[in-house]
Design a protein around this ligand. Structure first.
Ligand code: SAM
Ligand code: SF4
Length: 335
């Protein structure tokens, strides 16, 4: 099992399939993109499946989420999903995507064994979408959402980051739109993980502000805390339910104590935390001929070294002036 010295067990594996992306969200990466990883540095499809297999068979991982960069840009995605769905024990399989191109592959992904998708959409307005992502792909994302639903990748979940003065006023409209369609919406506080180091705490739209904005139109009642478990989102029933809304308050209300995540980057590094400053190289060991037992040992050791948290109670935490941003941006770690 993947345990740490604070008694947490990692059962949820985030696998980044690529650091590349076809959007340029302002809170994530600069307009010109980044220096992408070269093909030889990326894990091959077979290497990914071997490591996921090891994680579910020997290390207690039960859920696998594919992310990036933009995971739909990975040519072998459908095959990777199918191979992971054939593992025993079979993990829950999900995908976090910007939705561009999802319309074309939603059916094939479902057939391959994908259980769910999280689609990132920050606005209902095409112009605002362009301001936020620097690309004219709003229609593509809407088509991707509809295709995901039609393919049975349900409940469709949406992730939204609010940026002050850009889309923050849209929060109630976005929620109304999602409730009408049965989509589950979660707002994510903007985190200091952008490549250009442009995050400004004073500009961040906080969970409290998001809830205040929603409360202008909806009655929100907290779901019982027991339901939250290790889920990062705190959820509220909207107008008495059954519709809900979630807020991932990574900065102002961090959930590190209940964290059950482990991460594998596209170039085969294990990270024990989104905010970790160190990594463990599984790719090097794997390509040098390490056995599954040896790789498992490296992975266990990586997780044992996980810090208590990046939260507010940590003097070097994410919301502290001394916070040290990890070298890799979110898009290269896998969000
Ligand atoms: N490209 C895919 C997408 O956008 O869904 C997957 C990768 S993206 C890094 C995963 C999630 O991280 C998205 O929901 C995105 O909005 C979110 N994200 C990116 N940068 C962020 C930041 N600085 N703070 C908070 N969330 C961020
Ligand atoms: Fe791409 Fe996702 Fe980052 Fe936007 S948030 S630039 S879609 S990786």
């Amino acid at each position: 099992m993947l345990l740490d010295r604070f008694g947490r067990q990692a059962v949820d594996l985030r696998v980044s399939l690529t650091d590349r992306c076809n959007l340029r969200c302002t809170y994530c990466m600069p307009e010109q993109g980044l220096a992408w990883l070269g093909k030889p540095e990326l894990l091959t499809d077979e290497e990914i499946v071997r490591l996921v297999g090891l994680a579910v068979r020997d290390l207690g991982v039960r859920e696998v989420r594919f992310t990036g960069g933009e995971p739909l840009l990975r040519p072998g995605l459908v095959g990777i999903v199918a191979a992971c769905a054939a593992l025993a024990p079979r993990p829950e399989l999900s995908l976090t995507t910007n939705g561009v191109g999802l319309a074309k592959v939603a059916g094939a992904l479902r057939e391959a064994g994908l259980d769910r998708v999280n689609v990132s959409l920050d606005t209902l307005d095409a112009e605002t979408f362009h301001t936020l992502t620097r690309r004219h792909r709003h229609q593509d994302v809407l088509a991707g959402l509809a295709a995901a639903e039609a393919a049975g990748l349900i409940p469709v979940k949406l992730n939204t980051v609010l940026m002050r003065g850009v889309n923050d006023r849209e929060a109630p409209d976005l929620l109304a739109w999602c409730l009408e369609r049965g989509y589950q919406l979660r707002f994510i506080e903007q985190m200091p993980l952008d490549a250009q180091h442009g995050w400004d705490r004073s500009q961040m739209v906080t969970a409290e502000e998001i809830l205040d904005r929603l409360a202008t139109r909806f009655a929100l009642t907290p779901e019982p805390t027991a339901v939250r478990g290790a889920a990062p989102a705190e959820r509220w029933l909207v107008d008495g339910g059954p519709g809900t809304v979630g807020v991932i308050a990574s900065v102002t209300r961090p959930f590190c104590r209940a964290c059950d995540r482990t991460r594998l980057t596209a170039d085969g590094q294990v990270r024990n935390c989104l905010f970790a400053t160190g990594e463990t190289d599984l790719r090097g060991a794997l390509r040098a001929g390490a056995s599954d037992a040896e790789l498992g040992e490296l992975w266990r050791a990586a997780m044992w070294g996980k810090k208590a948290g990046a939260g507010v109670d940590n003097p070097e935490g994410i919301d502290a002036p001394q916070f040290h941003q990890p070298e890799r941006p979110m898009s290269a770690i896998g969000g």
